[in-house]
Design a protein around this ligand. Structure first.
Ligand code: COA
Length: 332
């Protein structure tokens, strides 16, 4: 049986910076409110015509280059998103086309903020079984075209940003650089506490003037419930991974890269597991919550800053809509 490793990582965010002050000109909010509750100072939003495919393709090219490979070496694309470019087909085929690839399989997955961890687990299983050798795993989101920028949507709109991250996953050649474990979970009993109801095939018609007047085509969230679940599930997922890998002390972990939903959530998780602040990297301040893209965007920055070095033991952990959650332990 083969084992897998992360060979290269890339990221791309749109150039358009949207500050908290910019938002306060469109809705009743303030820089102070947003920073105090979430840590977010600014985020990137796409410009007219810029798509999730565009962001993903740029992130992918960097990941492939850093892996020392060519696009033609990729034999599967996995694309995690909650904001596909179109209802169908999935967005991975558009990235395939943009990279000049032909006929390789393309798989879109929909696990929201846990999308990247789910994608890693799928890629890891495919590599272990020998079915595929080199997989491009992307998390990419364009939230901004679907957010309510009026005061009615302020609780959610201030949180989200656009961006993409990508990794190339290939066969491990030694035990110093490998994906050690992935653990993924879901609980649909409260699926509606964070969702977008319209447009939907479960509704007939899929979208209506009435639904739009009630702003049901925008995401809605019970923020307090989501917060409580996140600070319970993320520590549990970290502990689960530690136990599976025989990691007896938190000190053995070199870096935790948590999903970037809210700085306060991550600070609380850090305290609960006894992780010193310098061993948990966050960059939500600059990018907001980029959902499936947040972990690779954050890990990319940690690598660039030298906070993650080859061979380090890195824990990736996420929680999101669904509800879904999970962790991955990686020898980088
Ligand atoms: N600016 C100013 N005021 C805002 C606001 C904004 N952007 N958003 C909400 N408010 C108001 C509310 O209307 C409410 O006013 P009221 O007391 O008059 O009704 C008040 O601020 C407090 O709102 P509340 O929802 O109680 O705030 P909170 O302390 O729970 O913080 C979140 C809100 C969204 C920051 C917080 O619940 C959170 O981060 N939850 C998790 C979200 C998340 O991580 N989602 C993604 C998961 S992957």
């Amino acid at each position: 049986m083969y084992r897998s490793r992360i060979m290269g990582i890339g990221m791309y965010v749109p150039s358009r910076v949207v500050t908290n002050h910019d938002l306060s000109t469109k809705m009743e909010t303030s820089h102070e409110w947003i920073v105090e509750r979430t840590g977010i100072e600014e985020r990137r939003w796409v410009s007219e015509g810029e798509t999730g495919t565009d962001l993903a393709t740029k992130a992918s090219r960097e990941a492939i280059e850093r892996a020392g490979l060519q696009p033609q070496d990729i034999d599967l694309i996995i694309y995690a998103t909650l904001s596909p470019d179109f209802m169908f087909p999935g967005t991975a085929v558009f990235v395939q086309r943009a990279l000049g690839l032909k006929e390789i399989p393309c798989l879109d997955i929909r696990q929201q903020c846990t999308g990247f961890i789910y994608g890693l687990s799928i890629a890891d299983a495919y590599i272990r079984s020998g079915v595929f050798k080199t997989i491009l795993m992307i998390g990419s989101e364009v939230h901004s075209t679907g957010l309510d920028v009026s005061t009615a949507g302020r609780d959610i709109t201030v949180l989200f940003g656009d961006g993409a991250g990508a990794v190339v996953i290939g066969r491990a050649t030694d035990d110093k650089h490998m994906i050690l474990s992935t653990h993924i979970h879901a609980d649909g009993s409260e699926a509606e506490i964070l969702w977008t109801e319209y447009p939907a095939s479960a509704r007939n018609p899929r979208i209506s003037a009435e639904a739009m007047a009630e702003r049901k085509h925008y995401p809605s969230m019970n923020g307090k419930k989501v917060f409580k679940h996140a600070v319970t599930r993320m520590p549990a997922a970290i502990m689960e991974g530690m136990m599976a890998n025989g990691i007896k002390s938190i000190d053995e972990i070199d870096m935790v890269i948590p999903h970037q939903a809210n700085l306060r959530i991550n600070q609380m998780v850090g305290k609960m597991i006894g992780m010193p602040e310098h061993k948990m990297h966050n960059n939500i301040m600059k990018y907001g919550n980029t959902t499936a893209a947040s972990i690779p965007i954050c890990a990319h920055e940690a690598v660039q800053l030298g906070k993650i070095k080859p061979g380090d033991l890195v824990c990736l952990v996420a929680f999101g809509a669904g509800l879904t959650w999970g962790s991955a332990f990686v020898r980088w």
